[in-house]
Design a protein around this ligand. Structure first.
Ligand code: F6P
Length: 363
């Protein structure tokens, strides 16, 4: 340590485009402006518990602005407060938070920078309460974090999903089919809403507006009558029918949030085909939405968030996340971030805009 200043950084939860851009922003500014030493913790909170980390030099983050994923690795299951340990076929959960706190204290860091979504930042808040100085940076393709208008990764995911919808259009038109594009988003409909509008989806289904299959079928038939012999349905993985339930793809027992969504597109496909007689196919965008290079918007956002985060460390503003409000960056108490997902409000102007251009929400 040149001047006795050291910080650590970790990435938790699902990867997404823009994480490396944030790591780069934090590391470069902390080194250049404050002469800090940066410790990169590996695989999210696993690294905190098992002391897996390495020093990040300037050269390590040079050239990673456009790189997808995270150079540090991540984990969607590691939670120091409920750490899953496999014993044969059995899974046990242990509170390892004391180990985590002890390890972080031993590292002699000024701050632990936690890059993640609600799960990762919820844990960051718990660590803060247990005496570790932390700050949070908002990452998730789902855009469902409280306290911020937008998270980095979202714009890239919307871009990828839109690209998928655009490409589906031509095959839908050529074969006169209903094409269903299932997108991610967890329990929030942000990706479906934005990519659905951007891609000109005829029907957009989001978790916040439970749908009726009959309404969807009516819309498809109406389009056929008007000479549009194809329809594009953009469905969020968390969408559900009125009075019905979400479709669960798998349960990840090790995870504090064990439900993995997926498959609604196929369920819906059968139902639409049966009711309309129009041949229907489903495409699941899945993890493609988390891959590849970040959009220019996400690179800029990541750079803004990361550099502001370093200023917060300098000002000793711990226990906060950097959030976006309009054009401004704001500090948001981590305790407010960890209060559950930010879903699409029913009065979101985008819903109204979409309805005005004849988009059906299945309600
Ligand atoms: O939170 C990001 C996300 O991609 C969600 O949109 C999706 O529901 C989930 O993660 C998928 O999780 P996994 O990577 O465990 O399949």
């Amino acid at each position: 340590m040149k001047n006795g200043r050291r910080i650590a950084i970790l990435t938790g939860g699902g990867d997404c485009p823009g994480i490396n851009a944030v790591i780069r922003a934090v590391t470069k500014k902390a080194i250049l402006q404050y002469g800090m030493e940066i410790i990169g913790i590996e695989d999210g909170y696993h690294g905190v518990i098992h002391n897996r980390y390495r020093k990040l030099e300037y050269k390590d983050v040079s050239g990673i602005l456009t790189l997808g994923g995270t150079i540090l690795g991540t984990s969607k299951t590691a939670n120091p407060y409920r750490y899953a340990i496999k014993k044969g076929n059995k899974l046990e959960f242990k509170d390892m938070s004391k180990t985590a706190v002890r390890n972080m204290k031993k590292l002699d860091i000024e701050c632990l920078v936690c890059i993640g979504g609600d799960g990762t930042l919820g844990i960051a808040h718990d660590l803060f309460r247990d005496g570790i100085p932390v700050i949070g940076l908002p990452k998730t393709i789902d855009n469902d974090l409280r306290g911020t208008d937008i998270t980095f990764g979202f714009d890239s995911a919307v871009w990828i999903a839109t690209e998928g919808i655009d490409r589906i259009h031509t095959t839908a038109q050529s074969h006169h089919r209903v094409m269903i594009v299932e997108v991610m988003g967890h329990h929030a409909g942000w990706i479906a809403l934005h990519s659905g509008i951007a891609g000109g989806g005829d029907i957009i289904l989001i978790p916040e507006i439970p749908y009726k299959v009959d309404v969807i079928a009516k819309k498809v038939k109406e389009r056929s009558r008007k000479g549009k012999r194809f329809s594009i349905v953009v469905v969020a993985e968390g969408a559900k029918p009125k009075g019905g339930d979400i479709v669960i793809q798998r349960i990840v027992k090790e995870s504090s949030d064990p439900i993995r969504l997926g498959g609604i597109g196929f369920v819906l496909g059968e139902q639409i085909e049966k009711r309309t007689g129009v041949e229907t196919r489903t495409v699941v965008m899945g993890h493609l939405q988390r891959g590849g290079t970040p959009t220019p918007f996400d690179r800029v956002l990541a750079t803004r968030l990361g550099t502001r985060g370093v200023d917060m460390i300098e000002n000793k503003e711990f226990g906060y996340m950097v959030g976006v409000r309009g054009e401004a960056l704001v500090k948001v108490p981590l305790k407010d971030v960890a209060k559950g997902p930010r879903i699409v409000p029913l009065d979101d102007p985008l819903i109204d805009a979409a309805r005005s251009v004849d988009t059906c929400f299945g309600d």
